[in-house]
Design a protein around this ligand. Structure first.
Ligand code: FAD
Ligand code: NAI
Length: 480
């Protein structure tokens, strides 16, 4: 057993943990970051879920599948013929793996450059506040640190009626690794993962059926935006069964039969070849906390923290998916920065009201702040400005003239309260809205800002003008 003294020890090197470690080191603290990620081939890589099995590989496949789909459906509109279009899924998956390897390798380099000691293996918070470390060979040691940051992330929720078997019934990671395009694909949960990965396989040729328990499609999204998105996804061929509860799965040799209860409608069933279960994720704290460590978890298993990510124990912080709030990489990263700065004695805050969300489907959906339903419920007076991409020249040129930008601004102060986009590159467009809201800008501020022409961002400009009934390139609906 060795005993080393650190400024900070971070447990977990996903986006929350690795960013916290880099910032802590930049702040002059001797920092170690322990991470236990294991790839399918048994190798270790930093980057957590996000880089190895989440954000990055899913976006790589979304891009590849989108290109394939566009080559099939859209190229002819441009006068481009591609006879003999083929799909080499193995090559597509290899490209995805290369993207992932480059990104995870990049973290190892960043650790080196910032003098973070990256420690592959498992960390455990001991009751005396030190950290037990077991390396990949099973050798144990104990690390002493001025502060400890817990960033152990989350894992997929498993359904009793459809346990993962790693082959036909898979989680999101398995769904990024199918060795052939399933003819019929079932997805349980029409949430973010269900829609993104359902889109990937639908574009590659699968018939996709999503079974969603709730009666409302994407309840966290502005209802008008969700309605438009649903229309577009149905056009792509996604069959979305709302208010449907999976009851059982018959595993026949040749197919899986999904039995589900529809409300109203009663019993229904469908046959699929593969099934993705994407019904949410839960915080992961397996074997992390020695009994008596003084860290509390809530009833859903999240480590309890305050607004500054402090746990019940003064020198221990927790960030990312393992604590309350949206399970998003950028939310965890910003918490990592905040906590590393607090430990270094700096002032730091996190603005939880202005965290953007994105669903990387086609069209993309992105939003920040509150939606119309939330404002109504809270009794906040607001005005709406919106602009359709059908009236945006760049969107037309891109053959992506679907969806809209919608801005909600306070009735009297004009402060922007929420921005909702469904349409091309919504993920990039939302950044302007996030910045505007961070600066507490008014809709008028965006309306007075010059936007380059022709760009998709002009839709944001026009939506801001439309808050006051002054859109220039569309017929204004009555302000109010
Ligand atoms: P993780 O990334 O889960 O990292 C935690 C790390 O801690 C892991 O490496 C784990 O092995 C390690 N660990 C756990 N216990 C221990 C221990 N005891 N000792 C040492 N190490 C330990 N979010 C977005 O913002 N945008 C997206 O586009 C997006 N796409 C996604 C797509 C998919 C398919 C999935 C599944 C998720 C996606 N997410 C996305 C969510 C995002 O991946 C998570 O919010 C993010 O990874 C959380 O970061 P984290 O650092 O808290 O945890
Ligand atoms: P989710 O919470 O987005 O969606 C899960 C869906 O499954 C919900 O609509 C829920 O009502 C439904 N559901 C739950 N139990 C069910 C059941 N028994 N039968 C049928 N439906 C059921 O969770 P998801 O998609 O698993 O993603 C997990 C997390 O990962 C999300 O919180 C998300 O923030 C994050 N993520 C983010 C992405 C992004 O930022 N683009 C991409 C992918 C994941």
């Amino acid at each position: 057993m060795t005993d080393e003294s650190y400024g900070v020890v971070v447990i977990g090197a996903g986006p929350a943990g690795y960013i916290a470690a880099i910032r802590a080191a930049q702040n002059g603290l001797r920092t170690a970051c322990i991470d236990s990620w294991k790839n399918r081939d048994g190798s270790h890589a930093f980057g957590g879920t996000c880089l190895n099995a989440g954000c990055i590989p899913s976006k790589a496949l979304l891009e590849s599948s989108e290109l394939y789909h566009r080559a099939q459906e859209e190229f002819k509109l441009h006068g481009i013929g591609v006879g003999g279009l083929t799909l080499d899924l193995k090559a597509m998956l290899e490209r995805k793996a290369r993207v992932v390897r480059t990104m995870t390798g990049g973290i190892a380099q960043l650790f080196k450059a910032n003098q973070v000691e990256g420690l592959p293996g498992t960390g455990r918070l001991l009751k005396d506040g030190r950290v037990g470390y077991t390396d990949l060979q099973g050798k144990t040691s104990t690390l002493t640190a001025r502060a400890v940051i817990l960033a152990t992330g989350s894992t997929p929720i498993e359904l009793k009626v459809a346990p993962f078997d790693g082959e036909r019934i898979v989680d999101s990671w398995g769904a990024l690794e199918f060795d052939r395009v399933p003819k019929r694909l079932g997805v349980i949960g029409a949430g973010v993962i269900g829609l993104e990965l359902g889109s990937v396989w639908a574009r590659l040729g699968s018939e996709v059926t999503l079974i969603e328990a709730l009666p409302t499609f994407l309840p966290m999204v502005d209802a008008q935006v969700a309605k438009e998105a649903l229309r577009q996804f149905q056009k792509l061929g996604l069959q979305i069964e709302l208010a449907s509860k999976l009851v059982s799965v018959d595993r026949k040799k040749t197919a899986l039969t999904l039995h589900y209860e529809k409300t109203p409608g009663g019993e229904a069933s469908c046959e699929v070849d593969r099934l993705i279960v994407a019904v949410g994720r839960r915080p992961y704290t397996g074997n992390l906390l020695e009994e008596g460590s003084g860290i509390e978890c809530d009833e859903r298993g999240f480590i309890r923290v305050d607004d500054h990510c402090r746990t019940a124990r003064k020198e221990v912080y927790a960030i990312g998916d393992v604590v309350r709030g949206p399970m998003l990489a950028h939310k965890g990263e910003e918490e990592g920065v905040m906590v590393a700065d607090l430990i270094a004695g700096k002032n730091a805050e996190m603005n939880y009201d202005v965290i953007p969300s994105v669903i990387y489907t086609a069209p993309e959906i992105a939003w920040v702040g509150r939606n119309e339903e939330e404002l109504k419920k809270a009794g906040v007076p607001y005005r709406v400005g919106s602009f359709p991409f059908s009236a945006n020249g760049r969107a037309r040129a891109l053959e992506s003239a679907v969806g809209m930008v919608k801005i909600l601004a306070h009735q009297t102060t004009d402060e922007i309260l929420g921005v909702h986009v469904v349409g091309p590159m919504a993920s990039e467009l939302i950044a302007e809205a996030v910045l505007a809201m961070e600066f507490r800008a008014s809709a008028e501020d965006i309306a007075l800002t010059i936007h380059a022409h022709p760009t998709l961002s002009e839709a944001m400009h026009e939506a801001a003008l439309s808050v006051d009934g002054r859109a220039l390139n569309a017929i204004n609906r009555k302000a109010g």
